[in-house]
Each structure stands twice: as structure tokens, then as C-alpha cells.
Design a protein around this ligand. Sequence first.
Ligand SMILES: Cc1ncc(C[n+]2csc(CCOP(=O)(O)OP(=O)(O)O)c2C)c(N)n1
Length: 271
Amino acid sequence: MDIIHPLDRYLRTDRLPHIWCPGCGIGIVISAMLRAIDRHISEGHFTQDDVATVSGIGCTARATLYLNFDSAHVIHGRAIPFAIGLKVIKPNLKVIVIGGDGDIAAIGGNHLLHSARRNMDITVIMVNNMVYGMTGGQVAPTTPMKVYTTTTPYGNLEYPLNLIKLVSSLNTNYVARASVTHPHLIERYIYNALSRDGFSFIEVISICPEVFGRHIGFRNPVELFNKLKSMIKFKAKPSIDESDIVWGKEIVLGEYVNEYKSGFIKLLYGS
Ligand SMILES: Cc1ncc(C[n+]2csc(CCOP(=O)(O)OP(=O)(O)O)c2C)c(N)n1
């Protein structure tokens, strides 16, 4: 007998099994995202047909292939411009971009800046596993200092981008950081992001056991998960000054920006 999960209606189950490695954090993010969307749908705020998801290339970006919404899987780094075009032409859609830290903050970093600056009415979920996962664990702009990656064999010498600080400095309505170690926060922040106009950004700290954890000595996903969990600290009102990520030190979760200014679409079409 087939077992039907209540969230199956939001998945293209015929596309399963997925490509993600055992212990990967992406599945935790996707299920939390679906629970957040499901809550909005059951509360009558929008319907499944009102949701569109857009992604570029990468392990995280692969999600749109499995999600049962109108979806676009576009080229690496260009999910945000595609999402903006979609939102401008179909302003009633809830447009969600999901991607890795490489997709969103490296090759796609310029688009992130300018969509945030415009307070463009889209939600960006960036799954930060601190490396380029799909291509084998190369250094990313988010890799913490001193960490070994396949392209930094003597440890990363570059100071990482702090996306919370960066996006918060722009004209955005919502900036939050969650972690796969605390899925209820991912769900809550995605729900909150989808409850407002303007630009919303959620960084989800994740684990890549295969090409991040294994390379720095974690022998299995649980060890890496527990290490991350030991670093996580939730704050109801976090300060941007405490949002830097240093591997081995506290990583502060919370809602850093939580505002309800008019978004770009209202300026464009009037209210
Ligand atoms: C224009 C272009 N440059 C580079 C690549 C190779 N590439 C594919 S995925 C990827 C990065 C993946 O890392 P991330 O976006 O962090 O996602 P993850 O796989 O870790 O979820 C790169 C560099 C590509 N597909 N297209």
C-alpha cells in the first residue's frame, strides 16, 4: 500500500528519489518550507496555484524540480532576476527563490543586493552549507576563515560574507537566520516572510556531511549535526553586531529585520 504523506501534494513525487546525500540538511529546509506554505494555504491566505518557486543551479537549487508549484529552474546565479520578472508580470504570485550560498551570494550576489535594495516583493531562502556542495566542496564566499576546503587546502584565508549584515543594511522588510538543527524556526521564519510585502531573506545554516563535514574530520552526518547544534544560539532580538560566523563559535539565530514597509510592487502598480 502506498503511504501518502500530508505534504505529498506539494511534491512531484514521480520525480523521487531525490539526488541529496544521506544526512544532507536540504530536506529539513524543504519540509519546513512546505509546512509554512501549507499553514498559509490552510489559513486561506493564498492557494497552491499562487505559489511559484525559482532556483538556479546547485544541490539546494535542485529543489524546484521536486516541488509541485509553478517552478523555474534557471541558470546558476540568475534565480533572483527571473523571480523579479515573474513577480512584476504576475504580482499576485508568492514568488520564492531557493538556492545555495554559491548560487545566491557568489555568482548571484549582485542580484541579491539590488533586489533587496528595491525591497522587491520576493522571498529568498538561502541554504548556507558554507561550500559549493554540488561541485565538490570548493570554497564559497561564506566559508568561515581557516576552514579546509578542496580549493583551500591550507585553510581559507578570506573573511566570509556576512549575509545577515549585508542584506540588513539595505531597504529590506525581513531578514532572519535559521538552522537545520531547529526546523521549527525555519518554518516560523518562512511563514513570517510570506506574510508580508517587500523583500524577505532567510539564511538557513545547513550541513553538507559529504563535501564539507567529511573533509574537516566529521566521520558521519550526526557528528557534524551535533557540532553545528552546539554552536547554535537563538535570540529573540539578535543584534547585527553578533551575526558573524566563525567556525567553532556561537552562530546567532533570530529575526534581524522585521518590518512592513511598502514593497516595490506597490510603488510600481499603486495600491
Ligand atoms: C555559470 C556557471 N558557473 C558555474 C557552474 C558550476 N556550478 C554548479 S553548482 C555550483 C555551486 C553550488 O554551490 P551552492 O550554490 O552553494 O549550492 P549547493 O550545491 O551547496 O546547495 C557551481 C559553481 C555552473 N553550473 N554555471
